[in-house]
Write a protein that binds this ligand. Structure first.
Ligand code: PXP
Length: 237
């Protein structure tokens, strides 16, 4: 069955809105795991707008499933990953002014740099995933730089409203999945997935894990985190 990775960044967003100690993303991660999450994801951003270094340090000690650290491909973040040793590092593009991660990595035009970063992380025995758009050139480039996994960006699929556009985006995802499978890459997917649109993506059997944050934390505000995670697990099933 497709696994569910729960991104707890937005628990920290609420905390940082008032610089309080609560709600604690570490507590949220434990509740998510008890409710059936197969992994916990956090994005440590350069501007530390939600997750803080302290969260990551504690999560490394408390997460019982799998800790996936999303981060930009920078010297500072590579050093953090080598110190913390999460189970997986997902490299993502990052811009200070964005509300959330927009678009996937440009791997194909930066092969040498990504090769170096992937190698540095793998030398420390970390699994490396690259967050890319469902674009065949990027899938091939991810393979060329030696990534273990790709995470296919489902943001555009989640955003479009017309049936035609949705079919177009779904086809791109399927083609990227087929190419990645042929090249022997592990495949995750995520961004913008919610209780309405997750079903079709979860039906793609080659995708191992779906990484979902905002929709689960938003539902948790109303129904509680345990129920929100259980409902998402049930839909994926
Ligand atoms: N995957 C990646 C690489 C992301 O950057 C994010 C957002 O932090 C997610 C998944 C989760 O996206 P969402 O919060 O829209 O579910």
């Amino acid at each position: 069955m497709t696994r569910l990775g729960v991104n707890v960044d937005h628990v920290a967003t609420v905390r940082e809105a008032r610089r309080t100690k609560y709600p604690d993303p570490v507590t949220a991660a434990t509740i998510a795991e008890l409710a059936g999450a197969d992994g916990i994801i956090v994005h440590l951003r350069e501007d530390r707008r939600h997750i803080q270094d302290r969260d990551l340090e504690i999560l490394r000690k408390t997460v019982e499933t799998k800790l996936n650290l999303e981060m930009a491909a920078t010297q500072e973040m590579i050093k953090t990953a080598l110190d913390i040793k999460p189970d997986m590092v997902t490299l993502v593009p990052e811009r200070r002014e964005e509300l959330t991660t927009e678009g996937g990595l440009e791997v194909s035009l930066n092969l040498e740099a990504f090769k170096k970063y992937v190698h540095l992380l793998q030398e420390a025995e970390l699994m490396v995933s690259l967050f890319i758009d469902p674009d065949l050139d990027q899938v091939k480039a991810a393979h060329r730089v030696g990534a273990d996994y790709i995470e296919i960006h489902t943001g555009r699929y989640s955003e479009v409203r017309s049936r035609t556009q949705m079919e177009e985006e779904f086809t791109k995802i399927i083609n990227a999945v087929k190419m990645a499978e042929k090249l022997g890459l592990g495949i995750n997917a995520g961004h913008g997935l919610n209780y309405q649109n997750v079903g079709r993506i979860a039906s793609i059997k080659e995708i191992e894990e779906l990484n979902i944050g905002q929709s689960i934390i938003a539902r948790a505000v109303l129904v509680g985190l345990e129920q929100a995670v259980r409902e998402m697990k049930e839909l994926i099933k």
